[in-house]
Design a protein around this ligand. Structure first.
Ligand SMILES: [Zn+2]
Length: 90
């Protein structure tokens, strides 16, 4: 069994303005907007963090058996991925 940790070939910040990010955060906190609407808005501009479901800030791209897989993470979860924290330390 291969247990080698997969390595992203690309780490990109999500292309989103600070203003839009702020609007999204406000929307996510609203109690009068249902979760379906929130999810649709999230997916439109950004997507959710794979781990915690929060607002993603970074896109990781992997090649998995010839196919490009995309994962999104928020800042906090990104730091907890060992292979990524090594990139940041360089
Ligand atoms: Zn997260």
């Amino acid at each position: 069994m291969a247990t080698k940790q997969k390595r992203p070939f690309s780490i990109e910040p999500l292309n989103i303005s600070a203003e839009k990010m702020e609007q999204l955060k406000i929307l996510m906190r609203r109690q009068d907007v249902n979760s379906h609407v929130k999810n649709v808005e999230l997916q439109k501009v950004q997507g959710k963090c794979l781990r915690c479901g929060g607002l993603a800030s970074t896109i990781l791209k992997y090649r998995v058996q010839g196919v490009i897989a995309i994962e999104r993470y928020c800042d906090e979860c990104l730091k907890s991925i060992p292979v990524i924290s090594r990139y940041f330390l360089k």
